[in-house]
Design a protein around this ligand. Structure first.
Ligand SMILES: [Zn+2]
Ligand SMILES: [Zn+2]
Length: 346
């Protein structure tokens, strides 16, 4: 089978032939039909992140068709469509038992510790293959496994209450869906911020009531005006930009020292930053990472029942041998690029 390997820090991934993995009794073999390229993969490409060991097949968003199941597997069958859940958890540590399997003490991440989804086939523990109806486009499955679910988790941990004003910085793959979920969970007003107007237009179609471009708009003044000076109840920072992070903290502060909301940082910050002491008074800041397996099952139900529509989320489709072009598209932050999906693996 063909697969994209991380072999050397800061060097392009190498696409080459390798053996199809052999499954154990509790594992399944999935033929990947779609694998999303995430901002995290760009960090790997640039050598800002390194996998736990090399060489390693990279990629953590994927969906496909189950080809083989081990003798103990009960939750999924051959020919089922499945989303890959990229957090392999132990199920018995304290965090797992409390439902926080995304923080499993013995966690292994697909595409970081074990071989990932940029390959024609992947083997995963049975519970990491989450069944999804054949009525749902299989490529949606790929982005549900990260871009959609990361945003879902971020909105849930924000504690957003009905009627709250939610501000989302960065309307890319994750941010666009954060807008969608904020609306879904009954935000009173959703404000989307991005430097690219086409992304803002799409954010509007995904539920943003107000769209702001910092190149043109005084975003803090407008957020204060829209919240009667209280500042945003919830801010979800998805861009990963340090500048945006500093603005995000100010956006929850409101007009005096006694107001503050909740800030959820999702976009990976790769540089240190400082912020004003009073910016978080009685407020709350958290770094939200991965979703839980239970949340992934919830999202699958919502998508299967038509409660959310992902038809505009994927903008580019490439074959595995074009992975360099795919990474560049994601990195370029160009107009009209949301999620890029690999859909040919031969
Ligand atoms: Zn991802
Ligand atoms: Zn665990």
């Amino acid at each position: 089978m063909l697969a994209a390997f991380y072999k050397e820090k800061g060097k392009p991934f190498v696409v080459e032939e390798t053996d199809i993995p052999r499954i154990g009794p509790d594992e399944v073999l999935v033929e990947i039909k779609a694998a999303g390229i995430c901002g995290t993969d760009v960090h790997y490409w640039k050598g800002e992140f390194e996998p736990a060991h090399i060489p390693l097949i990279i990629g953590h968003e994927g969906a496909g068709v189950v080809k083989e199941v081990g003798e103990n597997v009960k939750n999924i069958s051959v020919n089922d469509h499945a989303i890959i859940h990229y957090v392999v958890s132990c199920g018995i540590c304290k965090n797992c038992l409390e439902g926080n399997d995304n923080r499993c003490r013995n966690r292994k991440s697909i595409g970081h510790d074990v071989n990932g989804t940029f390959a024609q086939f992947i083997k995963v523990p049975a519970r990491n293959a989450v069944k999804i109806s054949r009525a749902v486009p299989i490529e949606w499955g790929a982005i549900i496994g990260c871009a959609v679910s990361t945003a879902y988790h971020a909105v849930r941990v924000s504690g957003l209450e009905p009627g709250d004003t939610a501000v989302v910085f960065g309307a890319g793959g994750v941010g666009l869906h954060a807008v969608m979920w904020a609306k879904f969970f009954a935000a009173g007003k959703v404000i989307a911020i991005d430097l690219i107007d086409s992304k803002l237009e799409k954010a509007k179609r995904y539920g943003a009531d107000i769209i702001l471009n910092p190149m043109r708009d005084d975003i803090l003044e407008i957020i204060n005006k829209e919240t009667e000076g209280f500042g945003a109840d919830v801010v979800i920072e998805c861009s990963g930009s340090t500048q945006a992070m500093i603005q995000a903290i100010k956006a929850i502060k409101g007009k005096n020292l006694f107001e503050s909301g909740t800030l959820v940082s999702v976009g990976l910050q790769t540089k240190p930053f400082q912020f004003e002491y009073w910016g978080l008074r009685e407020g709350w800041a958290t770094v939200s990472g991965d979703h839980t397996l239970s949340e992934l099952h919830q999202i699958v139900k919502l998508v299967e029942n038509g409660r959310v529509n992902l038809s505009e989320s994927i903008t580019h489709r490439i074959q595995l041998t074009e992975i360099a072009r795919g990474i560049k598209l994601v990195e370029s932050k160009e107009e009209h690029v949301e999620r890029v999906v690999v859909n040919k693996f031969t």
